[in-house]
Design a binder for this molecule. Structure first.
Ligand code: ZN
Length: 745
């Protein structure tokens, strides 16, 4: 009975979710001109509904961007119908109680206007200038108020007030200085200091209430309990959980069956609210002081006029400030920085929402003014949102060149930043299990910059028992051979390496690719066609394709001229280095890097046709672990492969590995060498690539970073952290002369 009750309760909850999701999607598609005044109420209800899922249940069913869009719509409707009362303020209600003490908080947070493109930043700058030079205001400059303005910028204003800013806007751009800093995902905390000491910490529970989390905050190391300032201070902090810590936390939680967090913000927010503050301590949170709640008081008592200096001052008072905070002389430079930010962003270990642009001269803030909702002297440039929702329609199983099966999800089409997305790769079957993905599931999907979309998680709240489990196929979808799993059960593959046509086609396409045989005039479609027509059955057949010249010319689309060019390109490709040949063979795990290492084993025809090294013999090779050896061994000792290799050896001109110095048995492993510093001076003598080639001839291995396994470091002028690290680890450091000397030995 109770079960039934539970079920129906759950079903109601579920139906409600589905209904609201559809409503949300309809609302976001709807054109503004089609909205009626009565829609405002519905929209408010919708936002309330999603807020509840987000804050109280922690189970959002739409992405942050979709949530923000609802808000934006509401703001637009408010304007459209000329409503006086701010409608967005009316949507916060019914938040679940938390057990922390509620505290009053009288100083409101300032919310910033935001934009997603830099064109808007130019307009923002124009508005700033216009507001400063507003005719009415510039008249006032002659009055008392202007006499009080005594910063450099304000003096400039007086000098140029009579000019028309529009016609001569360029020179004035230089007058407005801006700061640029990170905009984080809002987990805010305010710390109150008095008499050099931290006395209270409060955090925002929802849009209206604050709670006291002093005890928990006291546990956190990088929050100063004592500061270098005696007066009253209210410091605003952002709490950030590094992405790496977040992933680790979820990884551990999965093992122990604890709560899984949907994003780092969520995890950070709950970490500071843990009743057991020992846990708060362990969560590796980062804190950045970014603002003062009693800003006005502070600048008056400290006589500050420059925003950049105020924030920098916080550092002097022993607070940690954001790792990115920069001042710009004018907007163009700032925009240039923003345009190059995507590369920078990839290397930050926490999620950044965007960047905040602020006028540096605090005296100008009042002149520039505020709208009803936002200050006009600052704006947030937001990075394109990356998370969206859609649905899985079906799953296909694609077979690759090494026989590995890859599941690919077909999605309900969505438009993400002007690109239609309808497929997402799932990488492997373990990922399906990890994410618990089913067909017909609603999912959160992430598209970051130009990367292929990735499924982040399933919205389980929207399940209705009609979802279908994605089964790992038992048989190859191409040749119907029974599939195999590797030891870790991550890789599922078709073991029919020689006759599974889908695999062989992919192998051939791989081999002609520019990095390997590099055959111009040969395209994927052609090679697949020739395979289907039996002109090419394996790699060696490519080099005998000319036999079928007549048949090829009989085919539609093939002109003699281009066919001849193709044959010429094939002839040219016959000269091949052994490392390229190895990489072209589609041996699992053997790509460019591994083939470069393995080439040392192939000094003659005999090594290629009779590969007999045991793992013990080659285990000292850099990064060759038993599984790689096993794959290589199996490949070269397979009878069918041996036949093809024999044929290739006859047809091709293979350049085998020739060591610079005969490698002694005792030296039968690669030294690991790292190179660092600026080459300018020695550039003329030898290039970096030449050096690497010399290294490899000696059967040494070039590596990119210094670790305790590095044998030596070749350092030039301006060597930086690598040199420092090498010295710390007692690694031998050589200059160019020393290096060339060593090579001769
Ligand atoms: Zn197959």
């Amino acid at each position: 009975m109770s079960n039934l009750k539970e079920n129906s309760k759950w079903e109601n909850f579920f139906n409600e979710n589905i209904k609201k999701l559809e409503e949300t999607k309809n609302f976001s598609k709807k054109n503004i001109k089609d909205f009626k005044k009565s829609d405002i109420k519905i929209l408010q209800n919708l936002i309330n509904f999603h807020s509840n899922l987000y804050y109280n249940e922690e189970k959002p069913i739409i992405s942050d961007l979709e949530y923000d869009e609802l808000f934006k719509k509401l703001e637009i409707l408010e304007k459209k119908f000329g409503l006086e009362k701010k409608q967005t303020d009316l949507v916060w209600a019914n938040f679940k109680e938390s057990s922390f003490k509620k505290v009053a908080h009288s100083r409101p947070m300032i919310s910033l206007d935001n934009t997603y493109n830099w064109e808007d930043l130019k307009k923002f700058n124009e508005r700033v200038i216009k507001n400063i030079f507003d005719e009415k205001k510039s008249e006032n400059l002659n009055t008392k108020e202007s006499e009080n303005l005594n910063t450099k910028e304000s003096k400039n204003l007086k000098n140029i007030k009579n000019l028309n800013w529009k016609n001569t806007e360029k020179p004035y751009f230089e007058k407005i200085k801006y700061t640029l800093e990170y905009k984080f995902d809002w987990v805010w905390i305010e710390l109150i200091y008095k008499n050099w000491k931290l006395i209270q910490a409060i955090t925002r529970w929802n849009w209206i209430e604050w709670e006291d989390v002093t005890e928990n905050i006291m546990q956190i190391k990088n929050i100063p309990k004592k500061i270098n300032y005696p007066n009253y201070l209210e410091i605003r902090w952002e709490i950030v959980m590094p992405i790496s810590s977040f992933e680790k936390l979820n990884f551990e939680a999965k093992k122990t069956g604890e709560k899984i967090f949907s994003n780092p913000r969520n995890a950070a927010s709950w970490s500071i609210r843990m009743k057991n503050n020992e846990i708060t301590k362990k969560r590796n949170l980062q804190f950045f002081a970014y603002d003062l709640a009693n800003f006005e008081e502070f600048i008056l008592s400290e006589k500050k006029e420059n925003y950049f200096e105020v924030i920098k001052d916080l550092e002097k008072l022993w607070f940690e400030i954001s790792s990115y905070f920069e001042e710009f002389d004018w907007i163009e430079k700032l925009i240039e920085k923003i345009n190059n930010f995507s590369d920078f962003k990839k290397n930050i270990d926490f999620e950044v929402d965007g960047l905040v642009v602020k006028v540096v001269d605090i005296n100008l803030w009042k002149k520039i003014g505020s709208t009803e909702h936002h200050p006009k002297y600052a704006i947030a440039y937001k990075f394109p949102a990356e998370i969206f929702t859609t649905k899985i329609i079906s799953v296909e199983h694609q077979i690759g060149r090494t026989g590995t099966l890859t599941p690919v999800a077909n999605l309900e089409k969505i438009n993400i930043w002007w690109v239609i997305v309808k497929r997402a790769t799932l990488h492997n079957y373990e990922e399906i299990e990890d994410l618990d993905i089913k067909i017909w599931d609603n999912i959160f999907i992430k598209r970051a910059w130009e990367v292929i979309p990735k499924i982040i998680s399933v919205i389980k709240e929207l399940r209705n028992w009609e979802e279908k489990t994605i089964k790992i196929p038992e048989f190859c979808p191409n040749c119907e051979t029974k599939l195999k799993k590797d030891e870790w059960k991550v890789r599922v593959y078709c073991p029919n390496f020689f006759w599974c046509s889908a695999q062989i086609k992919e192998k051939l396409v791989w081999a002609i690719w520019k990095n390997w045989f590099n055959i111009d005039w040969f395209w994927e479609k052609q090679i697949k066609l020739f395979f289907d027509l039996w002109f090419i059955k394996n790699l060696s057949d490519i080099f005998e394709l000319e036999k079928y010249k007549k048949e090829i010319l009989d085919l539609e689309w093939f002109q003699e001229k281009s066919v001849n060019k193709l044959f010429l390109a094939i002839q040219k490709a016959k000269k091949v280095e052994i490392k390229t040949l190895i990489a072209s063979l589609s041996i699992f795990w053997v790509w460019k890097k591994v083939s470069k290492i393995l080439q040392i084993l192939f000094k003659s025809k005999d090594d290629l046709l009779n590969f007999s090294y045991s793992y013990e013999e080659i285990e000292k090779l850099y990064e060759i672990w038993p599984e790689i050896w096993q794959n290589v061994y199996n490949f070269f000792n397979n009878l069918e492969n041996k036949i093809i290799l024999k044929k290739l050896e006859d047809i091709l001109e293979i350049k085998y590995f020739v060591p610079l110095v005969e490698v002694e048995e005792s030296e039968f492993f690669w030294k690991k060498v790292c190179i660092t510093g600026s080459f300018e001076k020695d550039w003329k003598k030898i290039s970096r690539d030449d050096l690497i080639e010399k290294l490899e001839k000696k059967a040494w291995f070039f590596i990119n970073s210094v670790s305790k396994n590095t044998d030596f470091l070749l350092a030039w002028e301006k060597a930086g952290t690598k040199l420092k690290k090498a010295l710390e680890l007692w690694i031998e450091v050589l200059n160019l002369e020393g290096f060339l000397e060593k090579l001769k030995k």
